[in-house]
Design a protein around this ligand. Sequence first.
Ligand code: GDP
Ligand code: IMO
Ligand code: MG
Length: 422
Amino acid sequence: MKPGKVDALLGIVFGDEGKGKVVDYFTPQYDVVARFAGGPNAGHTIIFDGKKFVLRSIPSGIFDEGKINIIGNGCVLAPDLFMAEAKELEAAGYDLKSRLHISLRTQLILPTHRLLDKAYETLKGKNAIGTTGKGIGPTYSDKAARVGLRVGDILDRFDEKYAALKARHERILHSLDFTDYDLSADEARWMEGVEYMKQFQLVCCETELARYLDEGKSVLAEGAQGTMLDLDHGTYPFVSSSNTTCGGVCTGLGVAPSRIGDVFGIFKAYSTRVGAGPFPVELFDETGDRIREIGHEYGAVTGRNRRCGWLDLVALKYAVIVNGVTQLIMMKSDVLDEFSTIKVCTAYRQNGRVTTELPYDTADCEPVYEELPGWQQDLTQMKSESEFPQALKDYIRFIEDYIKVPITIVSVGPDRQATIVR
Ligand code: GDP
Ligand code: IMO
Ligand code: MG
C-alpha cells in the first residue's frame, strides 16, 4: 500500500481464487476499495467471526466501517440483485449508505439482458459458454454498441429510455423465436431496485478517485473473474465480456496507468474452472473429484461443479506478464494437505511440440507435469511460515523460481484469520 496509488488485486486464472477473502483481509490498510469490472457473475466469499457473506456486485471492503467502497464505471449492475445483496448486508447491521458509492457511468443489466443471455446460450447449443446467466455478455455488448443504459440514466426520463431498450431487446428475442417468457415479476422487482439505488451516492468515480489520490489516500482495486476469462487475453470465446486484467483497472475506474502501484496476483495452489472452454490441466479421475470435495469447488453463483486440476504454471506465467504482477498470493494451500505427491504443469505439449508459452488456442494442449512430494500435514491451524512443512516450502520455492515473482501471502483456510504473510 502506498499513499496516492491504486493497488490491484486480480484473479489471475479462471476466477474463484479467493479474491473476496483477501480484499476483506487487506481493507484495513486502504482508504478506498473499488470494483472495476464484472457484475453479479462474480461471487466473492468472505468469512469472519463465524459469519459468511457472498458478494456479487458490492466490493469486499464493505465490512470495514469508515472505508469508501465504489462500484466503478467498468462494472455492470442489476438493480434488483444489487438491492437484494445490499438489503442482506443492511439486515446484518452494515450501514451501506455512508460507505457505498456507485459510478453514474456503470452500465445497467436489464431483465431482458438476462433473457438474451439465455437465448444466445441456447442458440449456441453444444458450443455454449456456460455463462452465469446474469446478462453479462448482452449488457457489455450494448455498451460497445452505444445503446446501453447507465446508472446516470435513472435520474432523468428513465421510463422512456428503459422502454426503448426493452423494445429493442424484445425485437431481437422475437427474431430468435425466444418468446416464452413472462417479465412482469422480474421487471417489478427491477424497477424497485432502480428506486432503491437512488438513496446511494451516485458519483463520477474517476473524479472522486483522482481527488482521493491527490489527498494521498490509498485505493485497492478489486478484480472479478480472472485473467483467463478476460475478453482479450483469456480463452476466447469461452470468456466473460470485460477486461478483468490490469488494464481494466484504468478503464474501469478512470485512473491513469501511472497511478497503479502494486499488482497482487491471486491463484489457488491447484486449478479450477467453471463453465465450458479449454482447460488442459483438468483431471477426470479420482484426484480431480477429491480436490473438488476437499476444496468445496462448487460455484458460489450457480452452484455448478467446478472443474479441477493441478496448478498450471504456463497459464500463471502468462497472467503475470499480462498484468505486471508484483506479488503473488497463493490460496487454498490446505486443500492439498492429504496428497502424497503433487503435480505441477510446467509446459504444454501441442502437436508434438513442447512449449512454456501460452498458445493461441489451448484446446489441444496436453500438460507436461513435474511431480513434487506432498506435505501430508494439516496446515489449517498454522499461524506463521516458520511452522510450514519443508514440502510446502519447496512447493512455494518451485513456483517462485518458475514465475520469478515472490509469493507474499499463503492462505490456509477460508476464514479471514487463516492468512499467513511471509
Ligand atoms: P473469489 O470469487 O475469487 O472471491 O472466490 P470465491 O469466493 O468464489 O471462491 C473461493 C472459495 O474458497 C470460497 O468458498 C472461500 O471461502 C474459500 N477459500 C478462500 N481461501 C481459502 C483457503 O485458503 N482455504 C480453503 N479451504 N478455502 C478457502
Ligand atoms: P469471480 O469474480 C469463475 C465464467 C462463467 C462462464 C464465463 C462467462 O467469482 O471469480 P458470464 O456470465 O461472465 O458471461 O460467463 O465466465 N465466470 C466465472 N467463473 N468466477 C467468476 O467470477 C466468474 N464470472 C464468470 O462460468 O464460463
Ligand atoms: Mg467467485
